[in-house]
Design a protein around this ligand. Structure first.
Ligand code: ADP
Length: 310
């Protein structure tokens, strides 16, 4: 099978994780127990997910001209992701998530998107000559909606299918939905987009039918442990998830999207692509963290072999 070429136009966030016995009160200083820095952001996570599965991935987006930006670039390069089209903003900081995690496992998070929101139409215009060299474009919603919409339209202009993961949840303009080939909301996002409470396979079917009317060729609603619902104009199928013991569900959606895009870019049948993405999502929830949890193609093949012989 040929090596799929994927272009991710998306976000970077450096997660700064402080562990402390409890969160501080207003005006209070307390002593924490550990600190860690973890490269992430939906764009970067999905880029690494696809790269580990064997795709040739190019990532475009914006970092600050700061040390977190440098660290993000080296983390991506280490994964074999092409960073040639990543831009740096001289003024804005690299996107960060500041996370206080207490001993009860509760968290308090402040996200500063910073440079992610500075990736603009001019940057996108500079990327335009590269678009047609890719099999799939992946987008999420951690950049401006104006930019995401323009990027999806460029995909359409060059006949490169766009996978839009509409996360974090927000309403979408009609022209964006029309430019997208594959829309991949989770239950919460599907509910926000349609007004239909998505709580099971039956309600997901209704939400997917409504979303299909609005333009995408296919809608894939991820359903956590229940797997995913795949809907096209021809048919709607529930593709069940794999039974695993979850330890940390962070990045399950990013893993799923990276896997789905990789399979689509390889020309796989959609149902097979969704099943593969379910396997990648399932493996990811059995491991802690975001990027460290993402499996390689060899690990997924092993997982599927074990499931099939069980
Ligand atoms: P998000 O992380 O965006 O909320 P989901 O929770 O729907 O998205 O998870 C994405 C995918 O990851 C699911 O469609 C499924 O394939 C897989 N997944 C998530 N949670 C589990 C789980 N507990 N067991 C097995 N697979 C899971």
């Amino acid at each position: 099978m040929k090596r799929p070429r994927i272009l991710v136009i998306g976000s970077f966030m450096m997660d700064l994780v402080v562990r402390a016995p409890r969160a501080p009160q207003e005006g209070e200083t307390i002593i924490g127990t550990s600190f860690g820095r973890f490269p992430g952001g939906k764009g970067a996570n999905q880029a690494v997910a696809a790269a580990r599965l064997g795709a040739a991935v190019t990532m475009a987006g914006k970092l600050g001209d700061d040390v977190f930006g440098d660290q993000m670039l080296s983390a991506l390069k280490q994964e074999g992701v092409c960073t040639e089209h990543v831009r740096r903003d001289p003024e804005a900081s690299t996107g960060i998530g500041s996370i206080v995690l207490d001993d009860q496992g509760k968290n308090r998070i402040v996200v500063v998107p910073g440079a992610n929101l500075k990736y603009n139409l001019e940057d996108l215009a500079a990327l335009e000559p590269q678009i047609a060299d890719h099999d799939v474009i992946m987008l999420q919603l951690e950049m401006t909606l104006e930019l995401v919409t323009a990027a999806a339209k460029l995909g359409r202009k060059y006949g490169v299918p766009v996978v839009l993961n509409p996360a974090p949840a927000q309403d979408l303009p009609a022209d964006l939905l029309r430019a997208v080939a594959y829309l991949t909301p989770n239950e919460t996002e599907a509910q926000l987009l349609t007004g239909i409470p998505v709580v099971d396979v039956a309600s997901a079917r209704r939400a997917a039918a409504q979303l299909l009317e609005r333009g995408p060729q296919a809608v894939v609603i991820t359903l956590g442990e229940k797997g995913a619902l795949l809907a096209t104009k021809e048919k709607t199928v529930h593709v069940p998830g794999f039974a695993v013991q979850p330890v940390d569900t962070v990045a399950a959606g990013d893993a799923f999207n990276g896997a789905l895009a990789t399979k689509i870019a390889q020309g796989a049948a959609l149902e097979e692509a969704v099943r593969f993405a379910n396997a990648v999502g399932a493996i990811t929830v059995t491991r802690p963290g975001a990027i460290p949890a993402l499996p390689t193609a060899v690990e997924v093949a092993e997982f599927l072999r074990e499931v099939e012989t069980a």
